[in-house]
Design a protein around this ligand. Structure first.
Ligand code: GA4
Length: 312
């Protein structure tokens, strides 16, 4: 990774320990729906086991991505039009000890003309991977709706499965560093849910309800699911959009692949009436995903974006 003149942010990072009690949702268990709801209320994160995403595809994509990140910097810089970024996060000057590929919905467009930088089947694999984790996201959201007792069961999943759904895909590479650097600063994800997979490296941390930071133990065979801002709004605050960050390791490089499942841009986001109890007031005003994105993508990473849409 190129060492740019821009310094990476250093802040005091008190972390209290391992989050060994991270909820584990076994998708082969009929009571998964209840575990999902409890985890989303309490922590805003859980991990899923017994999913149907083929692990061979996952590890192949991951190793192809790693070979890309191991190329000389001048080659990687040529991939800027294909979503490559290095240290800079967002538009407001945030930095981290990370390089990444960040893709929007239209990978078909970018898959052309890049065969000299990426392995020939890289984009095909990316498409297959994205399709598989999108299916996993839908399955989780259907079980969630079931657990919340809301109808139809597709009320949440349809948002991320629609043809016009606005999803992002990010592959992050955190090289080793001799200090514990801030890899990706604290933030919540703006979308509905995120599906995170990482190699067997630690680094992901989450904030608990009382504000303490804990490390999420790695598990390369599972997927971590987070509640994102729009889901917090749709559940009128029952579910918490989890604050998370990544700290780099001195021994092992970290690679993570994240699918951010977002709704179509014109979709109206507001608390679901089917979830509201009698007399319960909406905590948020209605907005479209497009409104949210415009506001969110123009903020610093650590900003509390949901607060823009809170009712006074
Ligand atoms: C956080 C979640 C996803 O990585 C992302 C990020 C996006 C970006 O990298 O461009 C943002 C960040 C994320 C939220 C606030 C803005 C936008 C960087 C940033 C400072 C792709 C997303 O959807 O929102």
């Amino acid at each position: 990774m190129v060492v740019s003149s821009q310094p990476v942010e250093h802040i005091k990072l008190p972390t209290t320990g391992n989050f060994a009690q991270i909820p584990v949702v076994d998708l082969s268990n009929p009571s998964a729906k209840t575990h999902i709801v409890n985890a989303c209320q309490e922590f805003g994160i859980f991990k899923v086991i017994n999913h149907e995403v083929p692990m061979e595809m996952v590890t192949t994509l991951e190793s192809q991505a790693l070979s890309f990140f191991n190329l000389p910097q001048c080659h990687k810089n040529k991939a800027a039009p294909f979503g490559y970024g290095n240290k800079n996060i967002g538009q407001r000057g945030d930095t981290g000890w990370v390089e990444y590929l960040l893709l929007g919905t239209n990978t078909e467009l970018i898959s052309q003309n890049s065969f000299n930088i990426f392995p020939p089947d890289f984009w095909l694999l990316v498409r297959k991977y994205r399709a598989a984790v999108k299916e996993l996201a839908c399955e989780v959201l259907e079980r969630m709706a079931d657990g919340l007792n809301i109808e139809p069961k597709s009320v949440l999943s349809r948002l991320v499965s629609a043809e016009k759904s606005d999803s992002y895909f990010r592959i992050n590479h955190y090289p080793v560093s001799d200090k514990n650097e801030l890899g990706f600063g604290e933030h919540t994800d703006p979308q509905i849910i995120s599906v995170i997979r990482s190699n067997n490296s630690s680094g992901l941390e989450i904030a608990l309800k009382d504000g303490t930071w804990v490390q999420v133990p790695p598990d390369p065979n599972s997927f971590f699911i987070t509640v994102d801002d729009c889901l917090q709004v749709m559940t009128n605050g029952r579910f918490r959009s989890v604050k998370h960050r990544v700290i780099t390791e001195s021994l092992k490089e970290r690679i993570s692949m994240i699918h951010f499942g977002g709704p179509p841009s014109t979709e109206k986001i507001a608390p679901l009436t089917s979830l509201m109890e009698e007399g319960e007031e909406s905590l948020y005003r209605e907005f479209t995903w497009d409104d949210y994105k415009k506001a969110a993508f123009n903020t610093k990473l650590a900003c509390n974006r949901i607060s823009f849409f809170e009712k006074c």
